[in-house]
Write a protein that binds this ligand. Structure first.
Ligand SMILES: *[C@@H]1O[C@H](CO)[C@@H](O)[C@H](O)[C@H]1NC(C)=O
Length: 345
C-alpha cells in the first residue's frame, strides 16, 4: 500500500515537474511595461501585431528594384546577408532599395502565437502595401528565411517580381522526397540536431522543455555550436561587419520561445503544402526564381536541395562548389546573386 502511494507520488511529482517546465514563460513584448523599448519603425498588421522593419539602399522613390529580405534563424532585421558585403557603388548602380523586417517574435516584432507559413507570407504582403512598394516586389530569403520564400510562392505569388532562395532550410517531412534520400540526409546531421528536429516535429508541445533541459544536448544551431564548413570559417575570419554595431542582443530579447522555438516548430512541422508541388507563378519563359546552395553546406543537405531543384525545372538552380552555408558573405557573391536575380546576368 505504502509502496504504491510512493510510486504514485513519484509519478505525480515527475508529471508536475515536466508540465511545469514544458510551459514557456510569457514573452516580454516590446513597448509594453517590462518589455524592451521600441526603437525601429513598425507597421501595424491586420490582427493588431506590429512588424518592425529596416530600410537600406537608395530611397524607395528612386529605386529601380525593390526587395523584401527575410532573415534566418536566430537573426533579425539587422542581419541582411545580401547587403553585409555589398559595395555602396553596386547599391547605387543597381538602384536597390531593400527592406528587411523582424519575423514575428524576433527583434521588435510582436510574437504571433498563431504563426503559420501563410501568416508570414501575409505579413510580407501587408508590409509591402503599407510601405507602398507597388504591385510587385522581389523577395530574398536566407536559410530559415528561405522557408518564407517557399511560403510566399504558395500564398502570395501574384505579388512577386522574382525571388531568391539562399541555402533555404529543408524540412525532411515535405511530401515528395524519396524516403531513402531524406532518411539518409537526416542521418548525416549531428545526433543532437536529429533529436531536436524529431522532438519539434512529433512532440511540438515539448519544444520548450527540450530546448531548455540540461539532461541531453539540444540543437547545436540554437546553442551557437554549429560546425560550419571550411569555406564558412574562411569567410568568418575575413569579414568585418560594416556598421560596427552589435545588434545581437535584440534578436531574441522577447524570449526564445516565440522566436527560436516557434521558428523550429513551424519550419520542421507539418506543412500544408510541399515546395515540390509548387507550380511556376510566372508566365515568362525566363526563370525568375533562383535557388543557391553550397555543396559543402553542413546545415542544409545539398542532396535534398538538388532533388527539389530537379523536381522544379522552372527554378534556376545554382550549386556552388566548395561553398558552405554563408556564401552570400563571400567577396563579390552578393553582387553576383543580385545581378542574376534582377538583371538575369
Ligand atoms: C503533393 O502532391 C502529391 C501528388 O499530387 C500529393 O500526393 C501530396 O499530398 C501533395 N502534398 C501536399 C502537402 O499537398
Amino acid at each position: 500500500m505504502l509502496k504504491s502511494v510512493g510510486v504514485i507520488l513519484v509519478i505525480s511529482v515527475a508529471v508536475a515537474f515536466i508540465c511545469q517546465s514544458t510551459l514557456p514563460p510569457p514573452p516580454r513584448i516590446c513597448g509594453l511595461p517590462g518589455g524592451p523599448p521600441v526603437t525601429a519603425p513598425r507597421v501595424k498588421l491586420r490582427d493588431g501585431r506590429h512588424l518592425a522593419y529596416k530600410e537600406i539602399g537608395v530611397p524607395k522613390e528612386n529605386a529601380k528594384f525593390k526587395i523584401v529580405y527575410v532573415h534566418g534563424f536566430d537573426n533579425s532585421r539587422h542581419d541582411v546577408i545580401i547587403a553585409s558585403n555589398l559595395p555602396q557603388e553596386v547599391v547605387e548602380e543597381l538602384g536597390l532599395y531593400i527592406v528587411s523586417f523582424d519575423r514575428a517574435g524576433y527583434g521588435e516584432s510582436d510574437p504571433d502565437p498563431k504563426r503559420t507559413m501563410k501568416s508570414t507570407a501575409l505579413d510580407i504582403e501587408e508590409l509591402a502595401d503599407q510601405l507602398k512598394l507597388g504591385d510587385k516586389f522581389y523577395l530574398v530569403g536566407f536559410s530559415m528565411g528561405g522557408q518564407t520564400v517557399w511560403g510566399s510562392l504558395e500564398y502570395i505569388p501574384h505579388r512577386l517580381a522574382g525571388a531568391a532562395l539562399l541555402a533555404p532550410v529543408v524540412n525532411y517531412w515535405w511530401s515528395g522526397f524519396p524516403e531513402s534520400l531524406s532518411h539518409k540526409a537526416f542521418r548525416q546531421q549531428l545526433p543532437q540536431d536529429q533529436w531536436t528536429v524529431r522532438v519539434v516535429h512529433y512532440f511540438p508541445w515539448l519544444t520548450y522543455w527540450w530546448n531548455t533541459q540540461k539532461l541531453f544536448p539540444a540543437s547545436s544551431v540554437a546553442a551557437g555550436k554549429i560546425v560550419f564548413s571550411r569555406q564558412d570559417y574562411e569567410i568568418f575570419s575575413k569579414i568585418t561587419f560594416s556598421d560596427g554595431t552589435n545588434h545581437r542582443e535584440q534578436t531574441k530579447q522577447q524570449g526564445e520561445f516565440e522566436s527560436l522555438h516557434r521558428d523550429m516548430m513551424i519550419g520542421f512541422g507539418n506543412w500544408e503544402f510541399s515546395p515540390m508541388n509548387l507550380t511556376n507563378p510566372f508566365e515568362s519563359k525566363q526563370r525568375l526564381v533562383h535557388l543557391w546552395q553550397g555543396d559543402e553546406d553542413t546545415l542544409v543537405p545539398v542532396t535534398l536541395q538538388r532533388y527539389i531543384a530537379q523536381r522544379l525545372p522552372w527554378i534556376k538552380y545554382h550549386e556552388l562548389a566548395g561553398a558552405g552555408h554563408v556564401f552570400p558573405l563571400a567577396e563579390g557573391k552578393a553582387e553576383a546573386i543580385l545581378r542574376a536575380l534582377l538583371l538575369g546576368e
